[in-house]
Design a protein around this ligand. Structure first.
Ligand SMILES: Nc1ncnc2c1ncn2[C@@H]1O[C@H](COP(=O)(O)OP(=O)(O)OP(=O)(O)O)[C@@H](O)[C@H]1O
Ligand SMILES: [Mg+2]
Length: 421
């Protein structure tokens, strides 16, 4: 079959890489893709949010399956439009994508489904938000309800920080309409894990466990980013915890959506806090995590094309998932300065030496300029490797990274520390 992948990040590179290896897939297209993706897919210069042109492209290329990587086109309704035109699509409709697109909606569904999550209130008015924050006290969490590229959450250790964050969001200054509604939550403590599921109607298939590092700096300190690294499996997600997340969180949420006439097809990502009194849901995303997708794809042994097509067509129960026993790790290489301002257009070399040492380089924010590979975004590369155990995988990845020749590179040297200490 011919598959069109929408997106241009490390996640989409890992998906295209795996689809390219899938016996069921004859051709991979990617819109818009990036220079790394171009080695495993035919890239088409169409933005991931350009729904009319993507629809035309799916038609003219006669693709058999469309896989939507990022959340923005899903929340805009790309999957709905493709399905109406008769295409098999892996990715939820707009109504289901609201689980990620609106944190207020997501919390309401969690409440209705009776799943464990932090106590919350939704506010639209700054004075009322402030009154609640002062009543509850710190620590407290303030979230822009809409999409904010991983930057719309403030975990405030004191009341004034929380009040300032809520006022800033509600004024529209930092997040525009995404901040017009805020969710104020009780602060949970514990270790975090990502539990991903492939969902197709009533069929819910868990993926292998994984954990990411959102903080910029070593020791999980500093500002939050889109993700600085990830690994799989995550030892803190025991089989009992994984089962609890499936039965007590994901199944009830999917059932509650169904009662509202909303059918979920795609990846459901539950962000979980492992609290002393059991797992609690921090959030839902409606797509693969980036960078969690990279180690997951490295460990997946099944034919990804078959799995995603089956999910799109409602026959997922017939397709078991197989995972390698190995551990995989992805270290994100970012532009120095990210998530604040950084330079673009710096030359990046040494990638073939990295790969010669047994790692795979997934591209995210790269571009070609005058025939040279340069950085063109905040998160630039996802250097990924697998090995019989996590310590060996980490050794491979960091050893390989010593071959990177790019002055402006920044990466954490402690990815997976929580699983190894
Ligand atoms: N109730 C809470 N208590 C403590 N920490 C929280 C809480 N909610 C969120 N956080 C912290 O903030 C981070 C981001 O929150 P959340 O996952 O809701 O935001 P997001 O911007 O949608 O993230 P992502 O980019 O992963 O989708 C979480 O990973 C967690 O570390
Ligand atoms: Mg999210």
């Amino acid at each position: 079959m011919k598959v069109l992948v929408v997106g241009s990040g490390g996640r989409e590179h890992a998906l295209c890489w795996k689809l390219h290896q899938s016996p069921s897939v004859t051709q991979v297209l990617c819109a818009p893709g990036n220079p790394g993706i171009a080695s495993v897919a035919r890239c088409l210069a169409i933005a991931a949010e350009d729904i009319p042109t993507l629809l035309q492209c799916a038609q003219s290329e006669q693709v058999d399956l469309v896989v939507v990587g990022p959340e923005v086109p899903l929340v805009m309704g790309l999957a709905d439009q493709l399905r109406s035109a008769g295409f098999a699509v892996f990715g939820p409709d707009q109504a289901a994508a609201e689980l990620e697109g609106s944190k207020a909606f997501s919390k309401q569904i969690m409440q209705e489904a009776g799943v464990p999550t932090a106590a919350f209130e939704v506010h639209h008015n700054a004075d009322e938000a402030e009154a609640l924050i002062r009543r509850w006290g710190a620590p407290i969490v303030v979230k822009a309800s809409g999409l904010a590229a991983g930057k719309g959450v403030v975990v405030a250790e004191d009341v004034e920080t929380a009040v300032a964050a809520a006022r800033d969001m509600l004024s529209g200054n930092s997040f525009g309409s995404a901040g017009a509604e805020v969710v104020i939550e009780a602060c949970l403590r514990g270790e975090e894990a990502s539990c991903l599921f492939i969902v197709s109607g009533d069929t819910i298939v868990p993926l292998a466990s994984s954990q990411d590092h959102k903080a910029l700096n070593e020791g999980d300190r500093g500002p939050n980013t889109g993700g600085m690294g990830a690994y799989s499996p995550a030892p803190c997600v025991t089989p009992a915890i994984a089962d609890g997340v499936l039965e007590q969180i994901v199944r009830p949420v999917i059932a509650t959506l169904k009662q509202r006439g909303i059918h979920f097809i795609g990846t459901l990502y539950a962000g979980i806090m492992l609290c002393d009194d059991g797992p609690k849901t921090l959030e839902f995303n409606v797509r693969f995590g980036d960078p969690e997708c990279q180690p997951l794809m490295m460990r997946l042994q099944s034919d990804l094309g078959t799995v995603l097509l089956a999910a799109a067509q409602g026959t997922l129960e017939d397709v078991p998932l197989q995972w390698s026993d190995e551990s995989a790790i992805c270290v994100v290489v970012a532009s120095r300065g990210y998530p604040a301002a950084f330079n673009k257009g710096e030359s990046i070399k040494g990638l073939s030496d990295i790969e010669a040492q047994g790692a795979t380089v997934f591209h995210a924010g790269t571009a070609m300029k005058d025939g040279q590979l340069v950085n063109n975004g905040g998160r630039v590369l996802g250097v990924t490797a697998s090995a019989p155990d996590l310590a060996a995988a980490r050794e491979t990845v960091y050893q390989a990274l010593s071959a990177l020749r790019w002055q402006g590179a920044y990466y954490r040297r402690d990815i997976a520390h929580r699983a190894l200490t």
